[in-house]
Design a protein. Structure first.
Lengths: 431, 342, 303
């Protein structure tokens, strides 16, 4: 790849002046005296599950409108899978993008690098920034600026079926992958059921990689480390679980759906999944209620137990008129407040991102939230670079190759590294 | 104008154009007078296609010689602050021309798996189109005859078309599900081993091809049924008197009578199938490990996941276009031997 | 081949337009019992394959969520109407249907108008650019839609058409018209040019000839292309998901796609909605299929 960067230094003042003239407001903060004075028409794209989670968000909007009756929120549910492209297409065309977006953590650096998001530094939203957990907050930072506030956080955990554990005589959740193997053998012997299901996707293999102390890339040293010895060892652990029968051999297509069906029907005792499925497991008639659901941190590898941090942030589209900024800030402030987060935690079992939210009684007494507490505390930040979203395509292929087709872990990871170099982070080096 | 409308419309015979009396003001003027109504008739289509397809297509050809991506498309990136200020800085890596670099990268296999995807695409396209056409033709011939229950058969056979294609694709995917699917359940029931459909690229591609055959047959059948209506019934009756067997009638009357329709549906069917995105995307998802990606799905994933690489996408687009253009020209040559096609 | 009394019948069909009744009495329809069995057997089998996945959709639509994807394979399990109730009362389904009918009908109307005129011009007039135009029609189908969506979005945005049904209708025309123009050119080619000439002598201009003489004769062809255009717009997803942004303007397929996100898909609602779409469609098909194969054929007018 030739990289003759054309260094045309463009003076930005003209554009700046134009933008200022177009917006014509120097004071984005509305007078604080009367909330009813705040008038705006805002569109919010929500990417949460429309059936399970959507209603709770609509309830929150109604609450917001009791204080701010003249801020109209046009709630639009957009499927998570297509929102990223849809937002970028609309933002680039400067037509059709929403004012507020619920963005997945990996999207924020990407959108920010493209200039599609408002820099929130200096706004009321970040006044109490230290109240947010640092790891979820870190996903909003790009180039030293902050572009969003965390809505929910999540991470992978070991979800298990308590009844099957009791039947198999297992007293506590396995702490290492070796423990998982032993437990699976006991479960198979005593109950005839399968022990573990590993979804063959790149994201779901990260605990194996982190467990050996590995990572995908080293952003500080600009190095691709996805094919390191640690990662090979980690993937081999996963391969061994499948080969030995401790884990079900997953199908190459619809692995995720298969995992959830088997788990909800109590055909498999353990899965690696996140809090977003808790509500789903709760409502499944076949599972035996939320009391039957055990939650533990992901098992450790030879170095540590580690799971990737996930979650979603609120971001503001930079094409939104400055006139609306005050109202948008108030809305996001309300939605990300400790009270609102506690409300959502209560309704949906999703994890708050504010420390103060965990002090609220209803959250404190929520068994699901407290079970996920230690999971979140140890969750690892992912490389927050604009290319972050492109890491998973090659990893998914690697997962299928190693877990299903029995390909050698080293060969497969080397191919991933080569792909990262050729297509994703071209200015990095192979380690 | 009135003189023009009084002229009888020319026929398709290409010779008629040149045999005109010799009092000619200018070529353009003459052309306009003779052909303005033909041009008027095609103008709306031409306008819509030019604006919506031709312009992006030409732009796509240009982009394929650049390194333009979402990240470097702007000469400067501006960050707007919620406090009202805006700071812009020059994009240090703004896009530039790269000549044939994209084509080299793609064709040499440095980026993506062009040749593997092309191979899968060819199997996919040929498999689908051959079965679409033969099954569609067979059913159309049967349904074209008078018989008891013809209307009911017709409705049942075109019903798959009424269900949005993505729903049907999901339904087939469900039936091929390795753990909970109907096909594996049936196999188990008759004492066979369940098949891990998506673990091997051959069976995985087979599921997609079967799904697409099912989806596409109603269209072929209806198009060919329509074509059969233009075949004069007298021809059949004359052949019958001559003692022609049903097969002979089919070969000597039906097939030639369907030539124009067949050519259109095979040509466009091939082009569409080659570029058919949703079935592969939904049914196999490229599994296992991207081995059943066809060119469109593979290039979409390569170029549009994360930071969108418009130049790479365009390069694939131009390559796909070139392949199909070569195919169309050869196809036309082949048919030309049997007479005027277009 | 039992051919008794064919000659009189043949004369009859040659000298007048073959009516449906005449065609039905043709000796060709007298099949041997074995051939008849084979024919019906094949068609029954084909019909079964055709409706098989639809039956699965139907069965699933009456099941509670847990039993659709399940280790236990069932046809009926705890049947319920709750899925239908949800789709009809808790979603914008009725307006999606309306939107889809509107978009599909407009696409059909404009599509037929544009492709019939273009097809007629291609069939009858040897104007400069004719062959190139036919090739251009093909070329427009060759560049993958997935790659075109972003630039087309920008063009639509320029015209202020984002989140309007007009954007969809225009986009669908680009898919449907090239094919339909090609198809209709073929149909028009099979209509003898002597008819045009006769009309022209009677004082009809080319537009009048096209409208009054050719269009009625090309009815089966028009029906096929109309059907195709309508269904293309009806089931399309890619453009709809790019251009349409608010729930009340969704088309059916895009609305239904909302039921099955990447995680936690609501199969029960998707299947119920699919059934609600398919049943009226089947009724319409039953009516339309007569027109696809009408008694009045283009070839028959030759006599």
């Amino acid at each position: 790849m030739r990289r003759t960067a054309r260094g045309i230094a463009v003076v930005a003042t003209a554009v700046l002046a134009l933008a200022a003239a177009a917006c014509g407001k120097d004071t984005p903060e509305a007078p604080k005296n009367n909330p009813a004075d705040l008038k705006a028409d805002l569109t919010w794209w929500d990417t949460s599950d429309p059936a399970n989670e959507g209603p709770a968000f609509k309830e929150l909007i109604a609450k917001f409108n009791t204080t701010y009756p003249n801020v109209k929120i046009n709630y639009q549910s957009v499927p998570f899978g297509e929102a990223q492209n849809k937002f970028k297409t609309a933002a680039a065309a400067k037509s059709g993008a929403p004012d507020i977006l619920r963005a997945e953590v990996a999207w924020v650096p990407e959108f920010a690098s493209l200039g599609y998001l408002y820099n929130l530094d200096g706004s009321a939203l970040l006044a109490d920034e230290s109240d947010f957990f640092p790891t979820p907050m870190s996903s909003n930072k790009f180039d030293g600026k902050t572009f969003g506030v965390p809505q929910v956080t999540d991470s992978l955990a070991l979800l298990y079926n308590k009844k099957i554990f009791t039947d198999a005589g297992i007293a506590e959740a396995p702490k290492t992958w070796a423990d998982v193997k032993t437990a699976a053998a006991a479960i198979k012997a005593k109950t005839g059921k399968d022990g573990l299901f590993i979804n063959p996707g790149g994201y779901f293999l990260l605990p194996f990689i982190y467990g050996e102390g590995g990572d995908l890339v080293d952003t500080a040293g600009k190095k691709i480390v996805v094919n390191s010895a640690e990662n090979v060892a980690g993937i081999k652990v996963a391969q061994d679980l499948v080969k030995s029968g401790a884990a079900v051999k997953p199908p190459a297509a619809d692995g995720y759906g298969t995992m959830m069906t088997l788990f909800k029907e109590q055909k498999v005792a353990m899965i690696i999944n996140g809090p977003w499925e808790v509500n789903n497991v709760r409502s499944a008639t076949t599972f035996g209620g939320i009391e039957n659901l055990g939650i533990a941190p992901v098992p450790a590898g030879s170095k540590k137990a580690g799971a990737p941090v996930g979650g979603h942030n609120y971001v503001l589209y930079s094409g939104m008129s400055q006139d609306k900024a005050a109202a948008a800030v108030e809305f996001v402030k309300f939605m990300s407040s400790a009270e609102s987060q506690a409300f959502l935690a209560d309704k949906l079992g999703v994890l708050p991102t504010r420390k103060s939210a965990y002090e609220i009684a209803s959250v404190k007494s929520n068994p699901i939230i407290s079970a996920f507490g230690p999971v979140i505390a140890t969750a690892s930040a992912r490389p927050w670079i604009p290319e972050g979203g492109q890491f998973f395509g090659p990893l998914d292929a690697m997962a299928t190759e190693t877990l299903i087709q029995g390909k050698d872990a080293k060969t497969s990871l080397d191919a991933v590294a080569q792909k990262y170099l050729n297509e994703v982070v071209k200015n990095y080096t192979l380690s | 104008m009135s003189t023009v409308t009084a002229t009888p419309p020319t026929t398709t015979s290409p010779a008629s154009r040149s045999h005109r009396p010799a009092k000619r003001p200018s070529w353009l003027r003459r052309s306009w007078d003779r052909h303005w109504y033909a041009w008027a008739m095609v103008a709306p289509v031409v306008v819509v296609l030019s604006v919506l397809i031709i312009y992006p297509l030409v732009r796509g050809v240009f982009l394929s010689f650049t390194n333009l991506t979402e990240a470097n498309q702007l000469a400067e990136i501006c960050t707007k602050s919620i406090t009202g200020s805006e700071s812009c800085k020059a994009n240090p890596e703004a896009w530039h021309m790269v000549g044939f670099d994209n084509y080299v990268d793609v064709l040499s296999g440095k980026v993506g798996q062009f040749w593997q995807w092309l191979g899968v695409t060819l199997i996919w396209t040929i498999g689908c189109v051959v079965f679409h056409y033969t099954i569609g033709l067979g059913l159309a011939v049967m349904l074209n005859r008078p018989m008891w229950g013809r209307g009911v058969y017709r409705v049942l056979l075109i019903l798959p078309w009424a269900v949005p294609a993505f729903v049907s694709a999901f339904a087939w995917k469900f039936m091929f599900n390795e753990k909970f699917g109907l096909f594996n359940a049936l196999l188990t029931k008759v004492g066979l081993d369940p098949v891990e459909w998506f673990s091997d690229w051959k069976t995985s591609l087979l599921t997609a091809i079967l799904t697409n055959i099912w989806l596409g047959v109603p269209f072929m059948m209806v198009a060919l049924l329509g074509g059969m209506q233009t075949i004069p019934t007298e021809q059949y009756e004359a052949a019958e008197i001559d003692g022609a067997s049903p097969w002979q009638r089919f070969v000597s009357i039906t097939l030639p009578g369907l030539r124009s329709v067949s050519m259109t549906v095979i040509l466009l069917g091939t082009i569409w199938t080659f570029n058919m995105f949703p079935v592969i995307f939904l049914v196999t998802q490229g599994q296992p490990a991207g081995q059943t990606e066809i060119l469109v799905t593979g290039s979409f994933r390569a170029a549009f996941e994360g930071i969108r690489n418009y130049s790479l996408a365009s390069t694939y687009g131009v390559l796909i276009l070139s392949i199909l253009l070569v195919f169309s020209v050869f196809y036309r040559r082949m048919l030309r031997k049997q007479g005027e096609v277009w | 081949m039992s051919e008794t009394g064919t000659s009189t019948l043949r004369e009859a069909t040659i000298h007048r337009m073959p009516s449906a009744a005449v065609r039905n009495n043709r000796p060709r329809s007298k099949r041997k019992p074995l051939a008849s069995l084979g024919l019906h057997g094949t068609l029954v089998l084909a019909s079964l394959i055709a409706i098989f996945p639809i039956v699965w959709v139907l069965a699933a639509s009456f099941k509670p969520k847990e039993w659709i994807q399940s280790t236990e394979l069932t046809l009926v399990k705890e049947p319920t109407l709750a899925n239908y109730d949800y789709v009809l009362t808790q979603t914008n389904f009725p307006s999606w249907v309306f939107n889809s009918v509107l978009v599909a009908a407009c696409t059909m109307f404009f599509g037929i108008l544009m492709s019939a005129t273009a097809g007629y011009a291609l069939s009858r007039f040897n104007f400069p650019g004719r062959r190139q135009l036919m090739l251009v029609f093909l070329v427009t189908q060759m560049f993958p839609v997935a790659i075109l969506i972003v630039p087309i979005y920008q063009i639509m945005a320029t015209f202020g058409l984002i989140n309007t049904h007009a954007s969809l209708i225009i986009a669908y025309l680009t898919i449907a018209v090239p094919f339909c123009a090609w198809m209709l050119k073929g149909y028009f080619d099979s209509i003898p040019t002597s008819l045009d000439e006769a009309a022209s002598i009677d004082g009809c201009g080319p537009f009048m000839t096209f409208w009054k003489v050719i269009m009625p004769l090309a009815r089966p062809g028009i029906a096929v292309t109309a059907f195709y255009t309508f269904l293309t717009a009806w089931g399309e997803l890619a453009y709809a998901s790019a251009f349409i942004q608010t729930d009340d303007r969704f088309t059916l397929s895009y609305g239904m796609r909302q039921f099955v996100p990447q995680f936690n898909p609501q199969w029960e609602y998707l299947t119920a909605a699919a059934v609600l779409v398919t049943v009226p469609a089947a009724v319409v098909f039953l009516y339309v299929q007569r027109h696809l194969v009408s008694g009045l054929t283009a070839g028959g007018t030759k006599g």
